[in-house]
Design a binder for this molecule. Structure first.
Ligand SMILES: *[C@@H]1O[C@H](CO)[C@@H](O)[C@H](O)[C@H]1NC(C)=O
Ligand SMILES: *[C@@H]1O[C@H](CO)[C@@H](O)[C@H](O)[C@H]1NC(C)=O
Ligand SMILES: *[C@@H]1O[C@H](CO)[C@@H](O)[C@H](O)[C@H]1NC(C)=O
Ligand SMILES: *[C@@H]1O[C@H](CO)[C@@H](O)[C@H](O)[C@H]1NC(C)=O
Ligand SMILES: [Zn+2]
Length: 421
C-alpha cells in the first residue's frame, strides 16, 4: 500500500508524463474517468465506484437526504482524492448489485477520451445484407449440431467458476482464467491461431481465430464474444460468476471446438474473443474494439453471449427447450436477423426480446466503434426471471441448466454458417 502523499504524487506524475499503464491505475484510490448513459463524464476513485455498486440498495427514488448520506459515506476517500460525487453517479451506481441491473452501468473511458465526441453524432453502423436464414441451404450444420452436448458446456463452466476463487479483473489471480481459455483455444485451433491481447490491468483478452477459406488474413471477421471476468459482493475473494459469464464463454468455446473439429471454414474469418474487465466498465472489449478500428479491421457482425445458463421453468416456457432473449438494441437490423436465425434453427426455444440499454455488455464497445453487433442471453436486464444469484457469490454452477444452454451453441453455430458462409 502506498502512503497517501506518494499515491497522489504517482497520480500527478502519471498524468503529467502520460506514463505507461501499470497496476496502480487500478488501485482503490486510482481515479477513473467514467461515462454514464447520459454521456456525462465523471472522475471517480475506484473505491467509490465499487463502494456505491456493492452497497445495499436505498429506496427509490433517492431523496436529497439519501444522496447526501451516500456522499458522506465516502467522505474519507473523497477528501483524500479531492473528487466529488454527483447525484447522477449515486443514482446510477448506488446499490446496483442489489438492484440486479445488467452491466456495470457506466463505461470506463479513462483510456479513450474520444468516446464522448463519437456518442454525440449519429453512429453509422452498416449492417451487411445477410441472406434470409434458411437451414436447407446449410447441410454442413447438421453434423456440427450432433456434436453439441450439455456436458461440454458444463465442464468449461465448472473449470471457470470453481478453479479460480474469483475472476475479478483486479484480483491477484486475474490472469489465470485467461491463460486457461488460451490453452483450450490453442489445443483446438493451434497456438498460431490463439492470441492474448494485454490490457492495462493484469488480465488479457483471449482471441481464437479460424481463417477464411481463401486464407486472406484481411478477410472480414465474423466475431463471437463473451466476458471472462466475474464479480460479486466480495469480488476480491470470491466471485464464481458461473452464469455471468462463464456460461457465455463456455458456449463460445464449444462453438469454436466444434467448428474446428468439423474443419469448417467460411468465406469470412471467424474469431472468438473472451474479454477481460467487463465488470470494470467494459475495459477489455473497449481496448480491443478500439485497436481493431485503428487497424482498419472489417467486422461483418458480432454475436455476444451474456448469461446463458440460468434457465428456470416459467409460466411462458412450458414445453419449450430453452429461453433465448435476443436483445433488441443497439442495432435493430442485427437483432431482427438474429431473431430469424433462432426462429429458423432453434424453433423449440422460447424467444424473448428486451432492450439492453447503454453499455450493458461488451458488444456495446464494438458498437461504439461502428461495428454491427447483437447480444443474446437467457434473460435481459430488469427481467424478473433474471438469475437471483446475479453478481453474488450464489452465481454457482449447480444452479444452471446446461441441457437448455445447448440451444445457445446451436443458435451460435447457425448464426456462424449464415453470416460466415
Ligand atoms: C473510508 O472509510 C471506510 C469505512 O469506515 C473504510 O472501509 C475505508 O477503508 C476508508 N477509506 C480510506 C481511503 O480511508
Ligand atoms: C423444469 O421442468 C422439467 C419438466 O417439465 C423438469 O424435468 C425440470 O426438473 C424442471 N426444472 C426445474 C429447474 O425445476
Ligand atoms: C424495470 O422494470 C420496471 C417495471 O417494468 C420499471 O418500472 C423500471 O423503470 C425498470 N427499470 C429499469 C432500470 O429499466
Ligand atoms: C444466497 O442464497 C441463499 C439461499 O437462497 C440466500 O439465503 C442468500 O441471501 C443468498 N446470498 C446472496 C448474497 O444473495
Ligand atoms: Zn456479464
Amino acid at each position: 500500500m502506498l502512503t497517501v502523499p506518494s499515491l497522489l504524487l504517482a497520480i500527478a506524475l502519471g498524468g503529467a508524463l502520460g506514463a505507461p499503464a501499470s497496476q496502480s491505475e487500478f488501485d482503490d484510490l486510482s481515479i477513473r474517468t467514467i461515462q454514464f448513459p447520459s454521456y456525462h463524464e465523471e472522475k471517480l476513485p475506484l473505491a467509490v465506484i465499487e463502494g456505491l455498486q456493492f452497497s445495499p440498495a436505498l429506496p427509490r427514488p433517492l431523496s436529497s437526504e439519501s444522496l447526501n448520506a451516500a456522499r458522506a459515506s465516502f467522505a474519507n476517500i473523497s477528501s483524500v482524492t479531492g473528487t466529488s460525487i454527483s447525484d447522477e453517479a449515486i443514482e446510477e451506481l448506488q446499490g446496483r448489485y442489489g438492484r440486479r441491473l445488467w452491466g456495470p452501468g457506466y463505461m470506463d473511458i479513462t483510456a479513450d477520451s474520444e468516446v464522448e465526441a463519437r456518442s454525440l453524432e449519429e453512429r453509422q453502423v452498416t449492417v451487411p445484407n445477410f441472406p434470409t436464414p434458411d437451414p436447407s441451404q446449410h447441410p454442413e450444420l447438421t453434423p456440427m449440431l450432433a456434436k453439441v452436448t450439455a456436458s461440454e458446456i458444463k465442464g468449461y463452466v465448472t473449470q471457470l467458476s470453481t478453479a479460480y476463487a474469483t475472476r475479478y479483473y483486479r484480483s491477484t489471480n486475474a490472469r489465470a482464467p485467461a491463460l486457461w481459455i488460451q490453452s483450450q483455444f490453442s489445443s483446438w485451433l493451434g497456438s498460431s491461431q490463439t492470441k492474448l491481447a494485454e490490457n492495462s490491468f493484469d488480465q488479457p483478452n483471449v482471441i481464437g481465430r479460424i481463417e477464411a477459406k481463401s486464407g486472406d488474413p484481411n478477410a472480414p471477421i465474423v466475431l463471437l464474444g463473451a466476458h471472462l471476468d466475474s464479480t460479486s459482493q466480495t469480488p476480491s475473494t470470491k466471485a464464481p460468476g458461473a452464469d455471468d459469464d462463464a456460461s457465455g464463454v463456455a458456449v463460445m468455446m464449444a462453438i469454436m471446438r466444434i467448428l474446428k473439429g468439423s474443419n469448417y471454414q467460411g468465406t469470412y474469418a471467424i474469431e472468438a474473443h473472451a474479454y477481460a474487465g467487463e465488470e470494470g466498465g467494459l475495459l477489455g472489449s473497449q481496448a480491443l474494439a478500439k485497436s481493431y478500428k485503428a487497424a482498419g479491421k472489417n467486422i461483418r457482425g458480432m454475436l455476444d453471449f451474456e448469461m446463458v445458463g440460468w434457465q428456470p421453468n416459467t409460466s411462458t416456457n412450458s414445453g419449450k427447450s430453452s429461453t433465448i432473449s435476443i436483445l433488441s438494441d443497439p442495432v435493430t437490423a442485427m437483432s431482427t436477423h438474429m431473431t430469424s436465425v433462432v426462429k429458423a434453427y432453434v424453433p423449440t426455444a422460447e424467444r424473448r426480446s428486451v432492450a439492453c440499454g447503454y453499455g450493458c455488455s461488451d458488444h456495446y464497445s464494438f458498437y461504439n466503434q461502428g461495428y454491427p453487433v447483437v447480444c443474446i442471453a437467457s434473460y435481459g436486464p430488469n427481467d424478473s426471471n433474471l438469475n437471483p444469484g446475479y453478481h453474488t457469490t450464489n452465481d454457482t454452477v449447480d444452479k444452471l441448466s446446461f441441457d437448455r444452454s445447448v440451444d445457445f451453441v446451436k443458435a451460435g453455430l447457425a448464426w456462424i454458417v449464415e453470416v460466415a458462409a
